[in-house]
Design a protein around this ligand. Structure first.
Ligand code: B12
Ligand code: GTP
Ligand code: MG
Length: 406
């Protein structure tokens, strides 16, 4: 008889945390987020001042085990109910909602909130360790296929199953013979904090404006902590335009994979492609520098993406550092972001000289993603659209500046 497989360690619990609309008290949730990650949970943080609709959309697309709200503005009775109601109404009532709010939520409020669908409230003075143990115990779940899930939740669950390493069962969940969209996949890499997520968000806005019916998917990889296995998946914080139903955003933790992507990223890309829903997919790697090859640009194997965009900020070091970055040899597109920085002028010249040595006619795109309507981002989007032969001809007035010739 064949030896039994050793039991697979349970996948980390995924929690979405957020602070409600009209509330800027984010220091409590920041403390809680770090504690959750320290206890091995994957935390998808949405940010403060978040609407119920944005929280529900994120919970669905991230297929989280639970939503945790941190509320100090006094509107908790109405707000928690609204989130629970919207989850239920959209067929996702299996995702529980809980939270805390120090000196603002009373025991009497909690009784009302529980009747209205909130799972539990943590009050001021609850020891963090006790809270963490309880969350891990009560919100663990098996990631099973669920035929009742529709739309983005079905896609999200398929990705969860792929992440759990459960073979290829995820693919049967999404194959959609009716829909067939040609889909262009762009891998985005670059050092931590260079502005990849912000740039992707700005590119997303160009896509949404220039194609009024298409959908775009974003796969954001962030590192798992090697000590606890937890992670702070923070790319959603920069994703303003992901608050649109035409955007599917999924955060992936690397879970020990050292390539710069989750081991499930190739399967997640396949799932998104097979769904037939998307015209464009951006895959953001974790912050990578000199050694990684997340999208398998080099070597003879199948490239994971159709094109790669490497994003740098002006403070990369010096010429020698630029020479070491092998991804600059292979990237189809290169952006120097943060061009509002005083060092950008020199950086532009140094990076262009580095690219010229590749003899591949790589053009450097200077961008300032932190600025809305930046012409450098317009030009970069135009280059991506041209490369991917995207249909951007149906845009509104803002898209007029983006003429794409094929
Ligand atoms: C720090 C603080 C601030 C800081 C916020 C800094 C920041 N970036 O977050 C500053 C000074 C900026 C601030 C500003 C304001 N504040 Co203030 N602030 C507080 C204070 C003193 C502490 C809140 C806190 O962070 N606690 C630390 C956390 C870790 O502890 P805890 O709250 O006890 O949380 C426990 C549990 O609830 C749980 N928990 C909490 N959240 C979550 C989430 C999850 C997922 C989980 C699992 C658990 C959990 O974890 C802890 C376990 O021990 C409270 C007073 C209070 N007692 O709550 C007032 C308070 C919330 N603020 C108040 C007010 C009025 C304001 C202002 C409007 C003041 C003004 N007029 O400008 C502004 C609004 C700011 C804004 N943009 O929203 C009022 C709210 C009154 C109300 N809702 O009716 C309070 C209650 C003070 C008061 N008594 O008047 N504030
Ligand atoms: N000044 C300036 N700041 C920017 C620009 N683009 C992004 N930022 C800021 O830089 C910080 C990091 O941006 P992100 O988009 O999160 O960077 P990232 O490369 O995705 O980071 P990781 O995913 O952690 O590797 C944020 O505070 C952004 O607001 C820019 O063009 N100029
Ligand atoms: Mg990022």
């Amino acid at each position: 008889m064949a030896a039994a497989h050793p039991p697979r360690p349970a996948a980390p619990l995924r929690i979405l945390t957020a602070v409600p609309v009209c509330d800027g008290h984010d220091s409590a949730v920041t403390t809680i987020n770090i504690e959750l990650a320290r206890h091995g949970l994957e935390v998808i943080y949405l940010g403060y001042h978040q609407s119920a609709a944005a929280i529900v959309r994120a919970a669905i697309q991230e297929d989280v085990n639970v939503v945790g709200l941190s509320s100090y503005n006094g509107g908790h009775i109405v707000f928690f109910k609204e989130v629970a109601d919207q989850l239920k109404k959209s067929g996702n009532g299996d995702i529980p909602v809980f939270g805390g709010g120090g000196g603002t939520i009373t025991k009497a409020d909690e009784r009302v909130m529980k009747r209205q669908g909130t799972d539990r409230i943590y009050f001021a003075g609850t020891p963090l360790d006790a809270m963490m143990a309880e969350i891990k115990k009560d919100y663990a779940r098996a990631a099973k296929p669920n035929a009742k899930f529709k739309g983005d939740r079905a896609l999200a669950r398929a990705i969860t199953i792929a992440e759990s390493g459960l073979g290829t069962r995820h693919l049967s969940l999404v194959t959609s013979p009716q829909k067939s969209r040609r889909c262009f996949v762009v891998g985005v890499a670059g050092p931590g904090g260079a502005g990849k997520s912000t740039l992707i968000d700005e590119l997303t806005s160009r896509f949404l404006r220039s194609n009024p019916t298409g959908r775009i998917a974003l796969l954001a990889n962030d590192p798992s902590h090697p000590d606890s296995g937890g992670a702070i998946l923070g790319d959603r914080v920069s994703a303003i335009y992901a608050q649109d139903d035409r955007v599917f955003f999924r955060s992936l933790a690397t879970r020990g994979n050292l390539t710069g992507l989750s081991a499930a990223a190739p399967a997640a890309i396949d799932i998104l492609k097979q769904s037939g829903e998307f015209d464009l997919i951006f895959v953001e790697s974790v912050g990578v520098g000199q050694e990684s090859d997340p999208f398998r640009i080099f070597g003879k194997g199948r490239k994971l993406v159709d094109a790669t965009l490497f994003v740098l900020a002006p403070y990369y070091g010096g010429l020698i550092q630029l020479q070491k970055i092998a991804l600059l040899n292979g990237a189809d597109l290169v952006a120097l972001n943060k061009c509002d920085h005083p060092m950008a002028h020199t950086a532009k010249a140094e990076i262009q000289a580095r690219l010229d040595q590749n003899h591949r006619e790589q053009k450097l795109h200077p961008t300032t993603a932190a600025k809305h309507f930046d012409p450098g981002v317009d030009a970069l989007f135009t280059a991506i659209a041209k490369l991917g032969r995207l249909d951007v001809s149906r845009g509104g007035e803002k898209a007029c500046s983006m003429e794409v010739s094929s």
